[in-house]
Design a protein. Structure first.
Length: 359
């Protein structure tokens, strides 16, 4: 027997496909679907029924949604609001072909959907939500008015956010409101066909939000996903001919699936070392200090990039491009560019190479 949520998701998917077909590829390409999850302070329980609003640079509400039973939400925002420069061919973003059904019925069962971009209006026939039946413009006005009243002025925009970060306000009965920037940690480009037309849509996942109840402290955003920590090079002082192990923590979410490649560049030696999953959130790789290795100190720098469907090993083209663009250079400021990398920081440690003692 098909559940009500599943029937709703299927109907909404059909409505969205019809909407994409009517509005064409340009609308889809200029819109990003932004999703996330709202959790209790323990991080284990989803918070359903929370209102999530996203703001533009001028402090105006772009879109809002209610979280579903899983604490999930989805918003439709102009691509320009993410301040990410698109790369030719989608850059190195992971490309998937599952289409719009992933947006509506995948990890989040995003039946609540976005409002002000017109998606809810297109899906009104598939939902019993009375807000939808007001029409996109009327409902948008009510939502904006309610959120602006609750926040005082609604002016939460900032001009100094990193690419892929957006200001959110999240409110739920009995919990402390959250007003904070949240950074996207995963970006996908979905390719599908609707009405005989080839369309693409970008879907971005934002940092989980954690809402506290009274007395628990402040609500916050958890920025820990897709970041390197606990980077180790062992031994830290290695003789020529010794085997060296590089390891690091790189937490990824359980959903969505985020296949990545982790690679380390050995400064001055100018070699790349792949790191493989080693259990839990850890990655590990090994190499042998060759006879031509330069002596003394050198930096070991780690990056991660998206692995494409059907690929099983490192992508030399991607790694060469990242190296030429300076992503591995420790003395350069690291700016997270989700069109090219998935690691939100650089992992770094040092290695000292010495000659073996003469016998």
């Amino acid at each position: 027997m098909i559940s009500g949520n599943r029937i709703r998701s299927i109907a909404l998917a059909a409505a969205l496909l019809s909407f994409f077909s009517a509005h064409g590829a340009a609308w889809a390409a200029d819109t990003a679907f932004v999703t996330g999850v709202v959790l209790s302070r323990s991080g284990k329980e989803p918070v359903a029924g929370a209102t999530v609003a996203v703001y533009d640079q001028g402090g105006k509400v772009i879109d809002y949604a209610k979280t579903d039973i899983d604490g999930s939400y989805v918003l439709a925002v102009p691509w320009s609001a993410l301040r990410i420069k698109k790369a030719a061919g989608g850059g190195f973003v992971r490309k998937v072909g599952s289409g719009v059904t992933r947006i509506t019925g995948g990890i989040s069962r995003m039946a609540s959907g976005p409002l002000k971009a017109g998606i809810r209006a297109a899906a009104a026939a598939a939902s019993a939500d009375p807000v939808l039946k007001l029409g996109a413009q009327a409902a948008a006005g009510l939502a904006t008015s309610a959120i602006d009243t609750a926040s005082g002025s609604g002016k939460r925009g900032r001009s100094d956010l990193a690419p892929g970060a957006m200001w959110l306000r999240i409110s739920a009965t009995g919990r402390e409101d959250l007003v904070s920037p949240a950074q996207l940690y995963w970006l996908e480009r979905e390719e599908h066909r609707a009405g005989g037309k080839a369309l693409e849509a970008y879907l971005a996942w934002l940092d989980p939000a954690v809402l506290a109840v009274g007395g628990e402290g402040a609500s916050s955003v958890d920025p820990g996903l897709m970041r390197f920590s606990s980077v180790r090079v062992e031994p830290g002082i290695a003789e020529v001919g010794a085997e060296v192990t590089i390891s690091a923590r790189f937490p990824t979410p359980t959903e969505p699936r985020t296949p990545v490649r982790v690679v380390a560049k050995i400064e001055r030696a100018n070699i790349l070392v792949p790191l493989e999953p080693a259990g839990g959130d850890r990655y590990q790789g090994k190499f042998v200090v060759g006879k031509r290795f330069p002596l003394n100190d050198m930096m070991v720098t780690l990056l991660a990039y998206a692995q494409q469907e059907g690929e099983t090993g490192p992508d030399p083209k991607v790694e060469s491009t990242l190296a030429k663009a300076g992503f591995f250079e420790a003395d350069r400021e690291y700016v997270f560019d989700p069109m090219r990398v998935v690691s939100r920081n650089r992992g770094q440690a040092s290695l000292t190479v010495v000659r073996p003692p003469r016998r």
